[in-house]
Design a protein around this ligand. Structure first.
Ligand code: THG
Length: 370
């Protein structure tokens, strides 16, 4: 690798928590929605172990919100996703992949329903705001679409409930998965949701004014001292073990939503109109050509992946691996790979080309079983 430095200028947006992230010794960032997103503060295996046992605070302000509000808000949100949104309660969030008129995946956000006619689309890394604004204008909808000053702060890990109960009160223990309340932490208005980009449980606190970022961080940090809180970030090892795919890495605008393994999160027969419907029906008839698969390689830890790795079955190239981490739980390298449908069955033997060397691997089901 070439040693280099990312220049932090106003064009690369600063998060509401960034000063604390520096105070606590950030080692690496990525860029996500034109904003810094912390990647590491310590080694990945150390951070993973801590996340699975204690509680961590994550600056995930780069999960930006696209707010859609107004009389046509529901119609607009229904139009952009094959997931049913009408049945989403106020105070609920749903994982709702977005697809365009060709069925191509635009993003895989959570959508929060804040009111009958008010939604936050909590996006992964792609410019959803511009797309949605264009659709709203093109359709002549009576809505406002904008990015509010909202910054999610994740509190993840098995001790997150105890921490938040100390900070607020025991009633927060009753918040169900993917439900949220509006409350105040030390007088700071927040949306508090049971969600987050790990399989270890916890909350996401949506701050609604950047000016209060440091005060909110410090309040959580202080309450966390009793629970061995550490600063962290979405963890590559944990997200692979939990099967969480990352937009931009594992799926992009080149991929059809049916190729991305999103069926459990779609209601293809929903009554509301949605723009991907025709394309999806055609794709169902012709059958998908590729599928995003779980692939496991026993043996030594593989290096970090800078470009996608070629995957082959025998002498035939069948696809590309897009994420990889060595998992302590499975004592193996876990990968996501977009593979030709003929070679995508669990049990299929494949090889992965890593820096010029062939590594043996096997296709698994989506719970890492062969
Ligand atoms: N939190 C918030 N916004 C986000 C993310 C987040 N935006 C970007 C990205 N993460 C969106 N992607 C996901 C993907 C998976 C999940 C959440 C966000 C997730 N999935 C669970 C699973 O697959 O097991 C549950 C899905 C379900 O049951 O509906 O949690 O993390 N604010």
């Amino acid at each position: 690798m070439h040693p280099t430095e990312l220049v932090l200028s106003p064009r690369l947006r600063k998060t509401a928590y960034e000063d604390r992230v520096f105070d606590l010794g950030i080692q690496s960032f990525t860029i996500y929605n034109h904003m810094t997103l912390p990647v590491s503060f310590s080694s990945n295996p150390q951070a993973y172990q801590h996340l699975c046992e204690h509680v961590q605070i994550w600056d995930v302000a780069a999960e930006r919100q696209v707010e859609v509000v107004g009389p046509d808000a529901l119609k607009l949100v229904e139009l952009i996703t094959p997931r049913d949104i009408a049945s989403c309660d106020i105070g609920q969030c749903v994982y709702a992949p977005l697809a365009d008129q060709d069925g191509l995946i635009i993003n895989d956000p959570l959508i929060l329903r804040l009111g009958e006619d008010r939604f936050w689309i909590s996006i992964a890394d792609s410019d959803v705001l511009l797309w949605v604004k264009g659709i709203a204008y093109g359709c002549g909808y009576d809505v406002q679409v904008f990015e509010p000053d909202v910054s999610p702060l994740a509190v993840q890990g098995p001790k997150a409930d105890d921490l938040m109960a100390d900070l607020l009160d025991d009633s927060i223990r009753d918040i169900r998965f993917f439900r949220f309340i509006e409350t105040k932490i030390n007088g700071i208005p927040v949306v508090l949701a049971r969600s987050g980009w790990s399989g270890q449980g916890g909350f996401e606190v949506y701050l609604q004014s950047s000016a209060d970022g440091i005060a909110l961080w410090d309040a959580v940090w202080q309450a966390g001292q009793k629970y061995n809180i550490k600063v962290g970030a979405p963890n590559l090892i944990e997200r692979l073990e939990s099967g969480l795919k990352s937009y931009g890495s594992d799926m992009t605008l080149d991929d059809h939503i049916l190729e991305c393994g999103m069926e459990p999160f779609l209601n293809l027969d929903k009554s509301a109109e949605y723009m991907a419907r025709e394309s999806i029906e055609q794709m169902q008839q012709s059958g998908i050509k590729r599928r995003l698969c779980h692939v496991m390689a026993k043996g030594d830890p593989l290096p970090a992946l800078r470009e996608r790795w070629q995957v082959s079955a025998g002498a035939t190239a069948i696809g590309l691996a897009s994420s990889c981490a060595w998992s302590p739980k499975y004592a193996a390298n876990l990968m996501f790979a977009m593979l030709d449908i003929q070679s995508s069955q669990p049990g299929q033997s494949v090889s992965v080309l890593v820096d010029g060397a062939e590594v043996d691997a096997v296709v698994c089901d989506n719970r890492w079983n062969v």
